[in-house]
Design a protein around this ligand. Structure first.
Ligand SMILES: NC(=O)c1ccc[n+]([C@@H]2O[C@H](COP(=O)([O-])OP(=O)(O)OC[C@H]3O[C@@H](n4cnc5c(N)ncnc54)[C@H](O)[C@@H]3O)[C@@H](O)[C@H]2O)c1
Ligand SMILES: O=C(O)C(=O)C[C@@H](O)[C@H](O)[C@H](O)COP(=O)(O)O
Ligand SMILES: [Zn+2]
Length: 373
């Protein structure tokens, strides 16, 4: 079934505009109906004859065959299967993608297809941005997190041992195809991680959406695909609006980083993959909320409300023990640092976020030391 709500989601960027198509259909079936299979949906956005599908060894057994077989009827299709995990979001994996492209003698006509979660999407996008100075790619996000956030907006890249996403490029896909039915195989912990980014949108830009989430989270956690689809649509719309205003994060886009300066510290310090990105963002959003409260912006009740909604989604609200100096050192790598000063996304109230460096460093120290080693 193609859901009605996919209509009209277009991301406008300086490089090009592209659609986000949200469907619910069996991703494993090569259905005979005109618009139903993943392959049929993406075919109009493949301009040349060469296709490289990039996926991982968890997603491949689930969703690769149907896509590969159907595309092979019309294109030269090759596959690059990477090892699964945030710890493989690195240059060695990018090299594996380049090797596959070179071995097949693929050229600028190639379209890369990212079939997987945010890790696969970020790396495939970065390989596409850099191979022969830039080729086309398509996002087929198969996790909730990648459907609501990472597949949209063109941030691509890999981690450095000292910092998240430190090497990368802005490179927009030709389209995004989010098939909600892929969520049926997603582990519960990964579903929660995706909800963290959904809650982020509510906290930074729409208090009414938070109220909606509070009412609908039980259905989302129970994998009600219609409700999840509505959440995906809303988040994609928020992100598309922000990216259209500020593709390369010189202003408003930075608000999407709420919780991430703290969260990236957790991911890097704990070892990539040990805390899921969404989990680290959840705990990071609590730290950012606590600082916002200390400044006098958020009320105690608002902080309690934020923690409660995260807990409703089975997300952590307490960071691991990290020394304050260690945390500050890692925060120093944040991409929002300007003139040597850390800039954070904080909340004036729920639904109203700002980027600021105007906070007493003692208050930041207090937030970090609350759970320090
Ligand atoms: N580019 C951006 O704007 C942006 C935004 C948010 C997050 N990110 C990045 O995205 C990454 C996190 O993405 P993620 O949460 O999707 O993690 P992920 O890509 O690691 O996927 C999570 C796990 O689910 C598995 N999986 C994927 N689809 C599945 C399915 N349908 N059924 C069963 N298992 C499935 C994966 O193999 C993996 O084990 C991080 O690296 C983060 O930095 C990027
Ligand atoms: O798209 C954006 O902009 C975001 O900040 C979305 C974040 O959820 C995402 O995790 C992003 O990759 C973080 O970007 P970074 O620039 O801090 O690495
Ligand atoms: Zn994120």
């Amino acid at each position: 079934m193609v859901m009605p709500f996919h209509d009209g989601l277009i991301v406008h960027t300086q490089s090009h505009d592209y659609p986000i198509v949200i469907t619910e259909q069996s991703a494993t079936e090569q259905s005979a109906t005109e618009h139903s299979s993943m392959a049929k949906q993406i075919m109009p956005y493949i301009s040349g004859l060469q296709v490289l599908i990039v996926t991982n060894d968890t997603v491949a057994p689930l969703y690769l065959k149907a896509l590969e077989d159907e595309l092979a009827g019309q294109f030269v299709v090759k596959v690059c299967v990477l090892p699964d995990g945030e710890q493989y979001k690195n240059q060695a994996s990018i090299d594996q993608i380049y090797d596959a492209l070179m071995t097949e003698h693929f050229n600028r006509d190639v379209t890369l297809i990212a079939l997987g979660g945010g890790v696969i999407g970020d790396m495939t996008g970065f390989a596409a941005a850099s191979f022969m100075r830039g080729v086309n790619f398509i996002q087929i996000p198969t996790t909730l997190l990648s459907q609501v956030d990472s597949s949209v907006g063109g941030k691509t890249g890999i981690n450095h041992p000292q910092g998240k996403n430190m090497i990368g490029a802005f490179w927009q896909p030709q389209m995004v195809l989010a098939d909600m039915s892929t969520l049926k195989t997603l582990p519960a912990r990964e579903l929660s991680a995706g909800v963290a980014e959904i809650i982020k949108y509510a906290l930074i830009m729409d208090e009414a959406f938070l109220t909606w989430l509070e009412a609908n989270l039980p259905a989302m956690m129970a994998l009600d695909l219609a409700v999840l689809g509505e959440a995906v649509k809303r988040c994609c719309q928020y992100k598309a609006d922000v990216v259209a205003q500020d593709e390369r994060e010189s202003g408003v886009r930075a608000l999407l980083n709420f919780g991430h300066t703290f969260g990236h510290v957790i991911e890097t310090h704990e070892g990539y993959g040990n805390w899921l990105h969404g989990e680290a963002v959840a705990a990071g959003m609590v730290q950012a909320a606590e600082l916002s409260q200390k400044i006098g912006w958020l009320t105690d009740d608002e902080v309690v409300r934020i923690k409660r909604v995260l807990e409703l989604a089975n997300l952590p609200i307490t960071p691991p023990a990290i020394g304050v100096d260690t945390a500050l050192n890692l925060m120093g790598h944040d991409k929002k640092v300007k003139h040597g000063q850390i800039r954070l996304i904080l909340l004036k109230s729920i639904g109203d976020a700002v980027m600021t460096n105007e906070f007493d460093s003692q208050l930041l120290h207090e937030v970090l030391s609350k759970h320090s080693a």
